[in-house]
Design a protein around this ligand. Structure first.
Ligand code: DC
Length: 214
């Protein structure tokens, strides 16, 4: 099974790069951040406070989550692809992602997805450190905070740059500071600073690293 792990903070270029690498290698692609967002979405939809760890853990185990190959995300039979990117879910997701019961369940589902797809390119925060420590290649993408905020504010056109920058800084701190599988670089990850690179250059760098793998 071929697993390529692409981790890094928000706005580092993970999604764009992971999708392009998956296409280049004819592998499947899994956005694990979208899975944590889906748990937050399911909690909000069921009227459960995201800060209630036991109830949210139960939802994570109970919910039907379908990460479709066409990139859409279905939660309990509803297409949640747009709403999981909205401000409500984005506000709630860090606390949901810090919940160990949620993480245990998502890890299981991520490993099952890979087994079913014969591996794939998986992006997240803990793929190379925890979910697939034996991945064929681990890439850690990063970029300067101002560059990451500028990228995100281009995606979310209805928010000011300062609001997006503050939200990224808040989520970085929560993702890096949590006890369970915090965002950190695996010892054997290839670090790429994407601040001044084009998408094509980053993809080429990842493919070149893969060619070095014995
Ligand atoms: O990549 P993203 O912004 O869609 O991720 C949403 C949240 O989920 C983010 O706060 C970090 C968390 N996350 C995580 O804890 N572990 C992962 N493997 C992927 C995302």
């Amino acid at each position: 099974m071929r697993v390529i792990a692409i981790d890094g903070p928000a706005g580092s270029g993970k999604s764009t790069v992971a999708k392009a690498v998956a296409d280049a290698l004819a592998l499947g692609y899994l956005d694990t951040g979208a899975m944590y967002r889906s748990v937050a979405f399911a909690a909000l939809r069921r009227g459960v406070d995201p800060e209630e760890p036991d109830k949210v853990g139960h939802i994570a185990r109970d919910m039907q989550l379908d990460m479709k190959d066409d990139g859409t995300v279905w939660v309990d039979g509803v297409d949640a692809s747009i709403e999981i990117r909205g401000p409500e879910v984005t506000r709630a997701v860090s606390v949901v992602a810090a919940n160990s019961a949620v993480r245990a369940e998502m890890r299981d589902r991520q490993r099952s997805w890979a087994a079913k797809h014969g591996g794939g390119v998986m992006e997240g925060r803990d793929i190379g450190t925890v979910v697939f420590p034996d991945a064929e290649l681990k890439v850690y993408l990063d970029a300067r905070p101002d560059v990451r905020a500028a990228r995100r504010s281009k995606e979310v056109t209805d928010l000011e740059y300062e609001t997006v920058a503050a939200d990224i800084a808040r989520r970085d701190a929560l993702d890096q500071g949590r006890d369970d599988s915090p965002l950190t670089t695996a010892d054997d990850a290839v670090l790429i600073d994407t601040s001044d690179l084009t998408v094509d250059q980053i993809v080429a760098a990842v493919v070149a690293e893969l060619e070095k793998v014995p």
